[in-house]
Design a protein around this ligand. Structure first.
Ligand code: NAD
Length: 260
């Protein structure tokens, strides 16, 4: 790694939703290691406090605001606090999300509302609030966590696929709408990643009769993806190394999407 790429975020501040655990935690640490001040919005208090300690150990500064990002009043309160305590920010990683594994015909309206609220409404609320503040600060970079399920269909994941298609389109729209105001926006689209989310998804699909542990994972993406491999893609997209990359869906899936 070059000296330049080791410190790409010195003097920068990044806001990360879902930064307490999993890919969000790993990405928080990746940003911190390269000099960023990291602001985490998450529902999980104890996990976030652990992540803050790790950020400190990495030599940087972290902040945590306990926030359910699917709730507009909580999002507004958190960003008001960021403005008061931290000041302007340069990067937004909109990552918080979850999954429901279920046949479409068994999915309730409550399931629909829950997944759309956590995965889609949250991205709308957070980006709606952050973009004008980033523009006023001279621009910046947004990365949205989409999925391989943004553009491909998966059995038992109808609500999830719908929600991830929506946030990929949000990323593309932001890229187009805010480009002249100094904002780049890209999506990261992982396959299965070794986190609580990814491991639960594999277990639930296998319980329902699929065979991810017993061969599908090897046949599609070769092996499970490590959170660090997603974090590397996110920090690339967020950094000036990607200065002319805008509106892109970066698949982190070892060729699965291309193979089909
Ligand atoms: P994870 O479950 O380990 O972490 C998710 C984080 O989001 C947690 O810290 C959780 O507390 C937080 N969160 C959940 N709901 C929230 C809310 N309403 N408000 C604030 N924070 C909330 O999972 P992960 O795999 O690290 O990340 C999940 C994200 O990654 C989702 O957007 C998911 O669609 C995406 N993704 C994951 C995989 C995978 O295989 N793990 C693959 C593709 C995409």
């Amino acid at each position: 790694m070059s000296e330049r790429s080791k410190n790409r975020f010195a003097g920068k501040t990044v806001v990360i939703t879902g930064g307490a655990a999993g890919i969000g935690r790993t990405t928080s640490l990746a940003f911190a290691t390269e000099g960023a001040r990291v602001v985490i919005l998450d529902i999980q208090g104890p996990a976030a406090q652990e992540t803050l300690s790790m950020i400190k150990e990495a030599g940087s500064v972290g902040h945590f605001y306990q926030t359910d990002v699917s709730k507009s009043d909580q999002v507004e309160r958190a960003f008001d606090a960021i403005r008061a305590d931290v000041g302007p920010y340069d990067i937004l990683f909109n990552h918080a999300g979850t999954i429901i594994v279920k046949p479409l015909h068994d999915s309730s309206e409550e399931d629909y509302d829950r997944l759309m609220d956590i995965n889609v409404r949250s991205a709308f609320l957070v980006c709606r609030r952050a973009l004008p503040e980033m523009v006023a600060n001279g621009g910046g970079s947004v990365v949205i966590t989409a999925s391989i399920a943004s553009e491909l269909g998966y059995a038992l994941e109808a609500l999830y696929c719908m929600s991830k298609g929506a946030v990929l389109q949000l990323a593309r729209t932001i890229a187009v709408e805010y480009r002249e105001q100094g904002i780049r926006c890209n999506a990261v689209c992982p396959g299965f990643v070794k986190t609580a989310h990814g491991l639960r998804e594999i277990a639930e699909l296998d319980d329902a009769g699929q065979t991810w542990e017993d061969g599908e994972l090897a046949a599609t993406q070769g092996r499970i993806c490590e959170p660090e491999e997603v974090a590397a893609a996110v920090t690339f997209l967020a950094s000036d190394d990607a200065s002319f990359v805008n509106g892109h869906a970066l698949y982190v899936d070892n060729g699965w999407y291309t193979k089909g």
